[in-house]
Ligand binder design. Structure first.
Ligand SMILES: Nc1ncnc2c1ncn2[C@@H]1O[C@H](COP(=O)(O)OP(=O)(O)O)[C@@H](O)[C@H]1O
Ligand SMILES: [Mg+2]
Length: 321
């Protein structure tokens, strides 16, 4: 389980700090696919990096923390912000955005798999045995073990993404974080990657956190999801509830902008743009674009509020309806 405890982060820039994650507070459970959605620039990648403990300059944790806990092979573990990196690959792994570049193009894939094995295991287990395990694992994922002798530059984009996912999941981590895993790929390949992720989650019964700006991706694979807007989590709940009963005006607009089979109505999109993170409005970040905004919305930041069981939204209207 991952507990995100009132996390706020910023980027240090020459013009001063830019606050990108603002008091984000929620939990991601074992055995679920959790989706993080929101327009480009809202802070999805920043949040995922924080989850993976990539807290390097210029990113700064202003307040709050993360706790990654669970059980693997009968042993309980718990790591906080700053310690999570000790358990990379083993308890948590990460498929970064534009992951295509994480593979070294001139190193054969088998070496990249061997590099992912913890040092202790490397000493204990002979290389041939590990490679056998890797090739069995690839076969299980319907990938050819011959890939191990290939170089990344020889593979298509979709195949490379599959290999990266195989690499990230080989050690059966409790948590897998994937940032826009299908974004650069065409629709048919996308579908294959999503099926692969779903199958893996069913097998490992672990936690998968999938970041995508594409609501269609979440609709297909997420059990629960969170909607981010301008560095804040503004709605959180079961995916079906988000799509069928969106609460926040922003989520309502996001969902109604999606094309549906048989619906011929004109899709308009959401007028306006998110506020600049360097100079955000004082109240609700969405107020300047919100058709319902009142004085209160422009002045006070709304808190995430549980409207129905397990379905949260941050909107001043919720307390009144
Ligand atoms: N290294 C950085 N320095 C300064 N600002 C950054 C840095 N990385 C990201 N940002 C800013 O943080 C905001 C959120 O970025 P990001 O988390 O990548 O959003 P998303 O993944 O939702 O598109 C953007 O406005 C971006 O300009
Ligand atoms: Mg991103």
């Amino acid at each position: 389980m991952i507990k995100i405890d009132h996390l706020s982060t910023s980027y240090s820039t020459i013009d001063g700090p830019v606050h990108v994650i603002n008091d984000v507070d929620f939990e991601i459970f074992d055995n679920e696919i959790f989706g993080i959605a929101g327009e480009s620039g809202c802070g999805k990648t920043t949040l995922l990096k924080a989850l993976y403990d990539i807290l390097e300059f210029p990113m700064i944790v202003d307040s709050g923390k993360l706790i990654l806990s669970g059980e693997k092979n009968g042993k309980a573990f718990s790591y906080e912000t700053g310690q999570i990196r000790k358990t990379w690959w083993n308890n948590i792994s990460y498929v970064p955005q534009a992951a295509q570049s994480v593979l070294n193009p001139i190193v054969p894939l088998k070496n990249q798999f061997l590099d992912s094995i913890p040092k202790a295991d490397k000493k204990r287990v002979p290389k041939v045995q590990t490679l056998k395990r890797v090739s069995d694992y690839l076969e299980e994922l319907s990938l050819s073990p011959d890939l191990l002798n290939a170089y990344p530059f020889q593979l298509s984009g979709g195949m490379r993404q599959r290999v990266i996912i195989a690499l990230a999941t080989f050690m059966s981590p409790n948590v897998i974080l994937a940032d826009e895993p299908t974004t650069a790929l065409d629709v048919v390949v996308q579908r294959g990657i999503l099926m692969m992720l779903m199958r893996l989650q069913k097998k490992l019964k672990n936690t998968m956190v999938i970041v995508s700006h594409d609501m269609g991706v979440h609709y297909q694979i997420a059990d629960r999801m969170g909607i981010m807007y301008s560095g804040s989590m503004i709605e959180l709940g079961k995916t079906e509830d988000i799509f069928e009963k969106p609460i926040h005006p922003y989520t309502q607009m996001l969902v109604s902008a999606l094309p549906r089979v048989g619906d011929k109505s004109q899709k308009t999109g959401i007028p306006g743009r998110p506020p600049a993170l360097t100079n955000p409005p004082p109240g609700c970040r969405f107020a300047p674009r919100c058709p319902r905004a009142t004085e209160e919305c422009r002045e006070t930041v709304p808190k995430l509020y549980e409207a129905e069981q397990g379905h949260f939204a941050a909107c001043h209207f919720l307390n009144k309806e």
